[in-house]
Ligand binder design. Sequence first.
Ligand code: HAM
Length: 423
Amino acid sequence: MARGKITSVRGVRDILPEEARRWWEVERTARDVFARYGYGEIRVPLFERTDLFARSIGEETEIVNKEMYTFDDKGGESITLRPEATASICRAYVQHALYNRPGVVKLFCIGPMFRYERPQAGRLRQFHQIDAEAFGSEDPAVDAEVIAMLMDFLGALGLEGLSLEINNLGDPQCRPAYAEALRAYLRREAGGLGPEARERIERNPLRFLDSKEPAHQEVISRAPTIDGFWNAACRDHLAAVCGHLERAGVRYARNPRLVRGLDYYRLTVFEVTSGRLGAQNAVCGGGRYDGLVEDLGGPATPGIGFAIGMERLLQLMGGEAAPEAPLDAFIVALGEKAEAEAFGLAAELRRMGVRTERSFGGGSLKGQMRRADRSGARFVLVLGEEEMAKGVVGLRDMRESRQEDVARGGIAASLAKRLKDSL
Ligand code: HAM
């Protein structure tokens, strides 16, 4: 009995070879640009203890409340698929005592993240981020450097028309007064809000500001903003970041209403958006999280970073990846003996770095030549009965439609020379 086909689950995607080539281009550019700024790659696990995310991202956030892929493993431990990378990188930073390394410790990570969100254009349940984090300095120059690197990277991909917005979310000294003022305002406005929203206002009023509910937007738009509550340190920090950005020629806009969906931020936050992405318009978000390493059991260590959504980035890039480099050689073999010979010849050529394909499953010379033609290979190597008997290989230049016999022993060198000459 035929059995039904199994398809992928909702909110995840396959990346087929043509598209994967574009991912490579983006990842290669990230590695190039980040290396110029002294970043090293870190690869953290796809899953962690649930506590790590609850403690860092915040119990009150949408991510922790609603979107985590959490399960008990067979040992009864609560495990969560990582919804982001910052928490894991901070955990690794503490676990491996990377704070003992000199200077600012700069790390980047590229890979899949998991959030149980409602899938829609630009929103997936498994998506990918390019994440960068810098540990160990409170200097606003580090904030500006992180942002400049991000914008360099986006520029290197040829992206235009992006907006960079920046804000300062206050620090533990000035933010409580803001939270109180916001709570008081929201309480006054809470008449029309549901019980969940009202509860959130009491527990964490700032969280209300990133509500996506259309019904909340009007109340949010009139809410007090953080800039009226900054202390001198926060005001100076933002001014210094902005000054450095200007010196680096980075264009930005200050937005005192900008908040982020994760609780670990303090001081600088920023987002890059595009008008071409529809509702899910954020390509990148980031900010400072100076208390987080300490919250995760490490020494007090400032940190700042960002994460770019890979799928959204690719959507903005549009267009096609450069086509795959064509095959150099295609081997056509007639008969059992020739097929066995073809196997060895293909291995020899590939080891020399020649892009080689061969015809599988036999067939007539005509049929195999058709396959060779379709493969786009520059040269075809023919191992027919006659060639086998003479100890030669028929070397056909597909561009010139010319064929000649080359001694079997010299074919690899001869092919390599011709490929070099035809560059
Ligand atoms: P985030 O704003 O939650 O920040 O995510 C960063 C980016 O990931 C978003 O701007 C978006 O492009 C992409 N993204 C998020 N969720 C989805 C989704 N469901 N489908 C497709 N793309 C998505 C963070 O994750 C922080 N860890 C950033 C950070 C690093 N802050 C400091 N260091």
